[in-house]
Design a protein around this ligand. Structure first.
Ligand code: ZN
Length: 401
C-alpha cells in the first residue's frame, strides 16, 4: 500500500491534470497523504518531460507512429551523425522514451499513470536494448524492399538512387529516340578500388571495438539500465584501423564525377513518366552495388497540337462558303508537314474530323497508334461588300423558297 501511495503522489506531482480521478488516488484520504521524499520529488521532476513529447509525437500515439518518430529523432541526434555537445544527452532521452513506449506493457502503464513503475516491480530495472538497426535501416534507405539492402554497418552499402530531369520535345515524346542526360554521380575511386585505403598502407583491426565496429554502452536511469549498441567512435564502424587513407578520394572510396548518359526513349512517353537506368546512381561503398538513375520526363508543348494519351487534336479554320460547299484543306500531322484532309459539304462549326491511326503511338508500341482529330472552326464573314451582300441575300431568298 505504501508503494501505491507513493506512486499516486508521484503521478500527481508529475501531471496533476491528467489523472484527477485515478481510482487509487480517490481511495486515499487527503490528510493521510505522505509528503513525497525530496529525492523522489527530484526524480518526479526529472521525469516531468513527457515521453511522447520527447519523441515529438502526440500523446497516446500508436506503436508505428512512435517507431517512426524515434527513427527520425535518432537520425538527427545519434552521436554518430551529430557532433554537437547536446546530442549525447538528447539521444539518451529519446532512446529512453522509445524504450518505454516501444514496450507494450510499459506503454500501457505510462499511458494510464503517466509513469512506469519506478525502480521496482518485475521488469522495472531490467536492461532494454535499443535496436540500432532500426535507425541505420533508415539511414541507408533500407527496409520496405524486403531486405534488398545491407543493414550491417560493416557490410556493403548500396549507393543512393539519383534523379535527373529531361525535357523532350513533342514529337520525340511521341516517337521516342536517343537522348543524352548530364548527371553528376559518385563513382568508385580508381586509385583505391573503392576501399578508401591508400595503396600499400597497413590495415589492422580497430583496437577500441576489436574489429566489431560497434561498442556497447550502459546507461543507468530511473527507468532502469539501458544497453545501447553504438557505432565505434574510433573507427566509425569500419572495424579497421587504417595507416593511411587514399588521397584521391579522401578515404571515401568514391568520388564525384560528371557524366553524360545516353538513354533510349521509348515511343509514347508523356510528362510524368520516369525511366530507370540501372546502376547509374551513386556507387555503393564497401563493395555494395550502385544505385539506379531515375529520369523524370516532361514534354514540351507544340503550337496547335494537344495530346491526350494516344490521341492528338488540332484545329482547322474554314470559311462559311467552304463549310457549305465542302473543300480540301492542307494540315500538319505528327508524321507529315502537309497532309490533305477533306472537309465535307455542310460541315457544322465544331465538327470533329477523325484521321484514324494518325495519332501518337501507345507507350512502347510503335505500330499501335491513336487518332488525330481535326476540330473545324467555321469563320463567318464579318462584313460583305455590296455585290457579295446582294448575292448572299439572293442565296438566302432562294434557300427559303
Ligand atoms: Zn580512393
Amino acid at each position: 500500500m505504501a508503494r501505491a501511495l507513493l506512486l499516486c503522489c508521484l503521478v500527481q506531482a508529475v501531471n496533476p491534470f491528467v489523472l484527477p480521478g485515478a481510482p487509487r488516488a480517490a481511495a486515499v484520504p487527503a490528510q493521510r497523504r505522505p509528503t513525497p521524499h525530496p529525492r523522489h520529488r527530484g526524480t518526479a521532476l526529472q521525469m516531468a518531460r513527457d515521453l511522447y513529447e520527447t519523441l515529438g509525437v502526440a500523446r497516446g500515439s500508436d506503436e508505428r507512429a512512435v517507431k517512426r518518430a524515434f527513427r527520425e529523432a535518432a537520425r538527427k541526434w545519434h552521436p554518430d551523425v551529430n557532433d554537437t555537445p547536446e546530442a549525447n544527452e538528447r539521444y539518451k532521452e529519446i532512446s529512453q522514451a522509445y524504450a518505454t513506449l516501444s514496450d507494450p506493457e510499459k506503454k500501457r502503464q505510462y499511458d494510464q499513470f503517466g509513469t512506469t513503475g519506478l525502480g521496482g516491480g518485475p521488469g522495472g530495472g531490467g536492461g532494454v536494448e535499443v535496436n540500432l538497426e532500426d535507425i541505420f535501416d533508415s539511414f541507408f534507405g533500407g527496409g520496405g524492399g524486403g531486405g534488398g539492402r545491407q543493414r550491417q554497418r560493416n557490410g556493403p552499402i548500396q549507393g543512393d538512387d539519383l534523379r535527373a530531369d529531361l525535357e523532350l520535345d513533342f514529337k520525340s515524346a511521341c516517337f521516342g529516340g536517343q537522348e543524352k542526360v548530364r548527371i553528376s554521380h559518385l563513382e568508385k575511386c580508381e586509385t583505391c578500388s573503392g576501399s578508401g585505403v591508400k595503396p600499400g598502407a597497413k590495415v589492422t583491426s580497430c583496437g577500441t571495438c576489436k574489429g566489431g565496429g560497434v561498442v556497447m554502452q550502459v546507461t543507468r536511469t530511473p527507468l532502469g539500465s539501458f544497453q545501447t549498441q553504438t557505432v565505434c567512435p574510433t573507427c566509425r564502424g569500419s572495424g579497421q584501423s587504417v595507416d593511411a587513407y587514399c588521397t584521391t578520394c579522401s578515404g571515401q572510396g568514391v568520388s564525384r564525377k560528371a557524366k553524360q548518359v545516353s538513354v533510349t526513349i521509348p515511343c509514347g512517353v508523356d510528362t510524368g513518366n520516369k525511366l530507370r537506368v540501372a546502376g547509374e546512381g551513386d556507387a555503393g561503398t564497401k563493395g555494395g552495388p550502385s544505385g539506379d538513375l531515375y529520369i523524370f520526363l516532361s514534354v514540351r508543348g507544340m503550337p496547335g497540337f494537344e495530346r491526350d494519351g494516344v490521341d492528338v487534336t488540332t484545329r482547322l479554320s474554314v470559311d462559311a462558303y467552304d463549310a457549305i460547299l465542302g473543300s480540301s484543306e492542307v494540315i500538319e500531322t505528327l508524321d507529315e508537314p502537309s497532309f490533305s484532309v477533306d472537309v465535307p459539304a455542310g460541315t457544322q462549326p465544331g465538327t470533329k474530323l477523325r484521321l484514324k491511326g494518325k495519332g501518337a503511338p501507345a507507350l512502347g508500341k510503335a505500330a499501335q497508334r491513336g487518332d488525330h482529330y481535326v476540330v473545324v472552326d467555321v469563320a463567318i464573314p464579318k462584313k460583305l461588300d455590296g455585290e457579295a451582300q446582294k448575292l448572299v441575300e439572293q442565296l438566302r431568298d432562294a434557300a427559303r423558297k
